[in-house]
Each structure stands twice: as structure tokens, then as C-alpha cells.
Design a protein around this ligand. Sequence first.
Ligand code: HH2
Length: 273
Amino acid sequence: MKESIHELLPRPSVMGVVNVTPDSFSDGGAFLHPQAAIAEARGMLDEGAAIIDIGGESTRPGAESVSLDEELRRVEPVLAALPDAPVSIDTSKAEVARVALAAGAVLVNDVTALRGDPELAGVVADSDACLCLMHMLGEPRTMQDDPRYDDVVSDVKAFLEERLEFATAVGIGEERICLDPGIGFGKTVAHNLELLARLDEIVALGRPVLVGASRKRFLGRLLGDDEALTGPVSAGVAVAVLAYERGASLFRVHDVREHVEALAAAHALEVRA
Ligand code: HH2
């Protein structure tokens, strides 16, 4: 019996981010050494993360892609050290997903929404794993070069609906899938704010919605720093709580304790009646 994403990650659940990379915008280099990444993951679980998202390739604006061998070299020792922990693999590569699932990962987080590696859909379909389909306009290297939409919310919603249909058509049960508007992936500050303000329209697609706003540059920019490359924890927590209020279920964050506490308070307010 395959576990639904709702059973695996009830609303609200916090996903802790561990980037095993030298160049991530948010924590670049801090967890490139496996022991540092493993300790960070364990600390996040202690702080209340429901799942740990392990990634070996940065997708920050301007990032170059990494080879399969290098990505595997980064993530394999971390996955191997966390066999019983709930782990998600942040990858677009079928082979990395295959290795991660064999090591016990329970979710595949693909920022290309199954448009990158043609074999990834089959790997997920043949497993019991859950899947996150994220919206991105263009590719990381160029995505922040003047992104344009007719209506960002309608465009992102139509994209996610189409990718959800594709995923279910290849045999991935709908109950295993969550959707993500892809905050910062080919979006201006105004686009990000519009998506967050009207998140209920994405939630209306009927699948759990994941939001990854944590530390992203738009948070620093909307606070007045036009050159900001990251944003403060406080602003990320505010966005997470307001996204929860608009129906988001899952929160991909770097600062776990702050988000777990804020979302527990928001949840208590929501269910008081
Ligand atoms: N954001 C990043 C990476 N993966 N996956 C999902 N589903 N949603 C997101 O918003 C998302 C994501 C970028 O953040 P980070 O991993 O901290 O940085 P980098 O890509 O530079 O490693």
C-alpha cells in the first residue's frame, strides 16, 4: 500500500534543507562535507522537521549544472548515513533519484517538474515515493533575465495542472504528488508576492502545496536592499505563516526551529474552533 503525501507529511509540515553543495545561495559550502551535512540533518529532525531535503546541485539564479558523478559523490554518503530518517532527494536526474530511493528516500523533489531527465518519471512511477512538481520559467542559468507572464498565478496554475496530468498519466498516483509555485524560479519580486497573495488559487488544484521562500533574495529586496542575495529568517517566517493561512501544507526551510514554532502557533489558531 503506497503512502499518500498527506499521510507522510500532514499539514503543516516543515522540510529542512541540506544543500551538499559549494555554491548554494543560502548556505553555500557549509554542508559540503558529509559529516557537516549529516549533523545538520540530524539537528533539523531534532528541531521538528518532518523531512530533510538533500540536494547536490545548486539551482540558484545563474548556477551551472553539475555532472552526475559529482552530484552522486556529494549526496550518497549523506543518504547512506540517514537510512531511517525521512529524506527527500532534491534532484532532476533519474540516476540520482534511483540511488536515493534505494537508500530509503521517500520523496523526489524535482525543480523541473519531470521536464529535465526523461527517465525520472519512470523511476518515480516504479517506486512508492512521493513527488514534488515545481514551476520554473526557463532554467537556473538564465531564469532571472526579465521573466514575463500574462498573469503569473494563472500561468503557474496551468503549468502545474498540466504537469500533474503528465505525472498521473505515466503512473504516479495523484495521492503521492504535491505542487510548488517555485518562489524565485524565473520570478520578479512582484511575481513572488502575487503568487503568495493568491496562493489559494494554486491550492484549489486539490493537491498539497509546498512553498519554498526561506532566505530567498526577494525577501531581502522587498525590505529595501536592491542588491540582496538572501533574505532574513524573520521575513521568511512571516511568508510561511501567511502561505499556511492561504492553504499551503509544506514549507521548505533552512531555519527549522523558527518555522516549526511559528507554524505550530498558526495551526493552533486555525483549529481553535
Ligand atoms: N528552492 C530551491 C531549491 N529547491 N525545491 C522546491 N520544491 N521548492 C523550492 O522553492 C526550492 C527547491 C533553492 O533553494 P536552496 O536549495 O536553498 O538553494 P540552492 O538551489 O542554491 O541550493
